[in-house]
Design a protein around this ligand. Sequence first.
Ligand code: UT7
Length: 324
Amino acid sequence: MLMARIAGTGSYVPEKVISNHDLERMVETTDDWITTRTGIRERRVSTGESTTEMAVKAGRMALRSAGISPSEIDLVVVGTVTPDLVFPSTACLVQSALSMRGGIPAFDVAAACSGFIYALDVADRYIRSGTSKKALVIGVDVFSRIIDWNDRTTCILFGDGAGAVVVVASNGREGILSSHIHSDGTYWELLYTPGAIRHSPFERGEQRDHYLLMKGNETFKLAVRSMEEAVKEVLQHNGLSPEDISLFIPHQANIRIINAIKERLNLPEEKVFVNIKKYGNTSAGSIPLALDEAVRGGLIGRGDIVVMASFGGGLTWGSTAIRW
Ligand code: UT7
């Protein structure tokens, strides 16, 4: 059976570190509050690097680790909600920056923190249908641009980051077993960015702020519930149980969300990958950045079952199971 196998991974974070102590000097908060409520100690922020530049760095690294040249890629999908431009898409800019072939499909998927799981789902389906053979899939966000750095309820949570995978068609047993994506737009007001697009002079209404708004408590509860359900769905679909998971890579939004899911699924600590301490929530970058760190740290071996689950604005959520 045709499968989509992950042939290489890559990631990138900007150099500038903003610690909780730095934030103490910017808003009324404490390192202790942030650490105990979120598990985050520091995050990276771009000091001028664009979404495209970050995506290109992660993508180039994934291509190198797969041993595949950019000219072989026949599909580019980028999960992001912080593109540099309204259009063209980040995927087109990446295609150009990496000198990929002209004529291949390249497009973005907007699913906030679920952007990578959505993008990977698309690539998996393109590959399993025989339409594509070698895809570059990237999750990237630069939330530092849409965060109100005076709002202590949101600025402590997010950071910038990118991650990428090269997915290739394969006839073996290894690859993406299945992925499942969901959304429920009735919850859109829990987490959103009101006004990156300005009103025209012909419209009524005030220009809106472009900062991210979030109802943290409600989002928290839905995050736990939907990610738990998404993991159960992907396990059930493949006849697996939580004990079969070699490594669980959850979206890194809040350590308390991750711990709640870990307990509900009865997963041991060592099977849950966590790097939120260093990066905070990097939105669509979160899961591929964690995946790349897990691969490079030697935590994933051939035949392992890797399960990933995400949750984000939309609301969107989803899961993927991979036999490595
Ligand atoms: O990808 C999905 C993205 N979104 C999320 O994952 C968000 C999910 N939600 C969360 O992570 C949590 O709800 C937060 C970390 C945002 C907030 O934690 P919480 O434990 O739900 O705190 P809370 O909102 O209930 O606030 C508790 C108290 C409040 O004070 P009072 O009303 O009890 O006096 C807040 O004003 O903590 C206060 N507070 C802060 N204090 C110090 C809120 N933010 C801060 C802060 N520093 N940064």
